[in-house]
Write a protein of this length. Sequence first.
Length: 104
Amino acid sequence: MSNEWLGNEMAINMGSSTKAQLDRFIKNVRNDYPDISVRWTKTAPSICLNKKIWIHGGIIGKYPWEGYHQILHEFAHIKAGPGHGQKFHKEYARLIRKYLVKND
């Protein structure tokens, strides 16, 4: 399963995400998007522009789930395009199921 890489990391570190932890998550998601560039930025908010995703560094130190959702939000725009309509939410939900939901 694609979310097995998480292991117990969310349970162990429920209070504060590290840059390394978020970088591992980004790397895992990027396996499905090899032609996408992902960079950290000091400016908010995170944004997807064409084939580049800029992730706001302010998510470092927040709850890990906040960072994961923000990262998946931007990746959802790759296939869904701009806006937050049904097409976006369908892709966003697919990514959440794939990367964050354990399939027991």
